[in-house]
Design a protein around this ligand. Structure first.
Ligand SMILES: Nc1ncnc2c1ncn2[C@@H]1O[C@H](COP(=O)(O)OP(=O)(O)OP(=O)(O)O)[C@@H](O)[C@H]1O
Ligand SMILES: O=P(O)(O)OC[C@H]1O[C@H](OP(=O)(O)OP(=O)(O)O)[C@H](O)[C@@H]1O
Ligand SMILES: O=C(O)c1cccnc1
Ligand SMILES: [Mg+2]
Length: 556
């Protein structure tokens, strides 16, 4: 993989070309061959001056949900900014495209940029709904066609991942920490980086992925693996037992403190020291010496109750003697509800007996194949987990591995285009459209409305007829208390023309935008679909065009 310039852009300011760093794999050849063969055929048929409008949208929300978080916009803009076929790209295409391609076409490709393209989009981090284009792109037909696959790959997984993360955040509640641990299981290195970035956007608090931390300025967090515990089998293996007292600076034997506390704890917790693992104790002592201010230990390697909690508490009390406060534990197997409650009870007993009130507040991290349903079930059972570490099912989007965003031609040279289908849901909405979100007086989003660009926007306090795009009898009057025009011009005349938010700001936007959705649209089981409508004018326009384009069959 050729990551030429893996780097995140610093957001928050207008970006100029010099600052436009992008994952090096995102380049014009990261596309399907058919975009380039079509480009040649368009060029041959003298369509270089044709202008087109394409809509980028999805038809169904993922994960049996009724909302999607739009993400990936900043990467699309960086791609437009850097769009240019290099000399070696052109050489490769010369060898790869069928023989007989006129050399002037390669010259044309070599001079192509996205300067004449205009891109409209909904803000990144906003909730979005089926059939409402999240990006609308206008410009010379050939260039806007060539952008299709790359824009889709930049938006599809990003939005899927941000939506998945937002759903985990909703079920976990706002007080529980969520960490993304998925790199080892992700769809390759680039998938892993995107997963870390967009799970943060969706509401995770950090990642274990160090490169993602560096590139995107996401908090990086972590504990340790079972290997660390199992690499020790006895206290005799400890090469050092000494740790400096935090306040006095005097070196003390941490192991000696831990062994003394362990003996006392074994009565309090009713666990025999013989049953517990000496290797685990040695591993924890050595880890505590390495990170006296950040001691967080895995307690499930042998037995949480009979070994892990006893050893952890002994080492944490030993650290306390030397002026340090441990952070907590991680549980990575077994019944996470039961074991987290057991751990909290243990900490409460220790807090009381040893007069260390902060022991009550030790962090309990849980991991091991966690998904949305596990969290819901743990919530029902009652648990004392403060932080979930989630890998596989988050990053692979277990419940639905792809979002079906598509990119469809809706207008060419000012003339609308419609794609018909036996499946009504797949018929495209023709023409250049604007999108509005209408809000009720209590601040909730009521409906998204698509109109032809020539129509005046809906006005606050005025009745608007909102029609189902395909079912004639489904319509409703809406009197909005607030009207939001969903599109902003993000790219025009070769420049990004909005101040781009930082990743942090996009992450905040996700939560703000989700708050505007009624709870029944967000519930996990059978959520209510959010309404997406068209104006009466657009309804008639679509259906007239449909009749003009659908052949009339003949029965014989
Ligand atoms: N209280 C609980 N309620 C519902 N699901 C749970 C609960 N505790 C754990 N789980 C989930 O149950 C599954 C248990 O996984 P598994 O059967 O592999 O057991 P394990 O504890 O990992 O076993 P091992 O000790 O062999 O590693 C995980 O997906 C975990 O997230
Ligand atoms: O379970 P996930 O949601 O994917 O979270 C990440 C997992 O990765 C680590 O162990 P790994 O799975 O590599 O090994 P183990 O489960 O066999 O200990 C960690 O201990 C978690 O269990
Ligand atoms: O830091 C951790 O605990 C971690 C990181 C990656 C995978 N599993 C756990
Ligand atoms: Mg595992």
């Amino acid at each position: 993989m050729n990551h030429r310039e893996l780097s995140c852009s610093a957001g928050g300011q207008f970006m100029d070309r010099g600052r436009m760093n992008q994952n090096g794999v995102v380049q014009p050849l990261l596309t399907d061959l058919y975009q380039i063969t079509m480009a040649y055929a368009y060029w041959k048929s003298d369509k270089t001056d044709d202008t087109a409008v394409f809509d980028l949208f999805f038809r169904n929300n993922p994960f049996h949900g009724e909302f999607t978080i739009f993400a990936g916009l900043e990467e699309c803009l960086k791609f437009l900014d850097s769009f240019h076929y290099s000399q070696s790209d052109i050489e490769y295409l010369k060898q790869t495209l069928p023989e007989g391609i006129e050399h002037e076409f390669f010259e044309y490709l070599g001079n192509l940029t996205a300067r004449d393209v205009t891109l409209y989009a909904i803000d990144e981090g906003t909730v979005a709904f089926p059939r409402v284009p999240i990006i609308k792109i206008e410009g010379p037909l050939i260039i806007v066609q060539l952008l299709e696959t790359t824009l889709l790959t930049l938006v599809n997984y990003a939005s899927l991942m941000a939506t998945n993360a937002a759903r985990y955040r909703m079920v976990a509640g706002k007080h529980v920490k969520l960490l993304e641990f998925g790199l080892r299981r992700a769809q390759g290195p680039d998938g892993g980086l995107s997963a870390s970035k967009y799970s943060y956007t969706g509401g995770f608090d950090g990642t274990s992925n160090v490169l993602a931390g560096k590139l995107f300025n996401i908090p990086v967090k972590g504990t340790h693996a079972h290997a660390y515990i199992t690499s020790f089998s006895s206290i005799g293996e400890l090469k050092t037992r000494l740790l400096k007292h935090k306040q006095t600076g005097i070196m003390e034997d941490l192991l000696e403190h831990a062994v003394r506390h362990r003996a006392m704890l074994s009565h309090l917790l009713d666990v025999s020291t013989e049953e517990s693992s000496e290797g685990e104790l040695a591993a924890m002592v050595s880890y505590a010496i390495a990170f006296p201010d950040g001691f967080m230990a895995l307690v499930d390697t042998y037995d949480v109750k009979r070994s892990g909690l006893l050893n952890f508490s002994a080492v944490a009390l030993a650290l306390n003697d030397l002026g340090y406060h441990a952070l907590g534990i991680r549980i990575d197997s077994g019944d996470l509800a039961y074991l987290s409650c057991l751990a909290r009870e243990t900490f409460e007993k220790v807090a009381e007996r040893f007069k260390v009130p902060w022991f009550n507040k030790l962090t309990i991290v849980a991991s091991n194949d966690i998904n949305e349903d596990t969290i819901l079930s743990l919530n029902e059972q009652g648990h004392k987990i403060d932080c979930f570490g989630i890998g596989t099912h988050l990053v692979t989007c277990q419940r639905q591995p792809a979002l079906g965003c598509v990119y469809k031609l809706v207008e060419i040279n000012g003339q609308p285009r419609i794609k018909l289908s036996q499946d009504v849901e797949k018929v495209t909405m023709p023409g250049n459209k604007n999108a509005y979100r209408l809000y009720s007086a209590d601040g909730h989003a009521l409906i998204d409305l698509l109109q032809k660009v020539s129509e005046p926007p809906p006005a606050v306090g005025q009745k608007v007829l909102c029609r189902h795009p395909f079912q004639e009898s489904k319509r409703a009057y809406v009197i909005p208390s607030h009207v939001e025009s969903l599109y902003k011009v993000y790219w025009k005349s070769g420049k990004i023309c909005q101040q781009l938010p930082t990743l942090e700001q996009v992450r905040e936007k996700v939560q703000i935008s989700l708050k505007t959705l009624r709870n029944d649209h967000k519930r996990t089981l059978n959520p209510t679909p959010y309404k997406v409508a068209v104006s009466d004018n657009l309804y008639n326009f679509i259906h007239d065009l449909w009749l003009q384009n659908a052949p009339i069959g003949e029965l014989s």
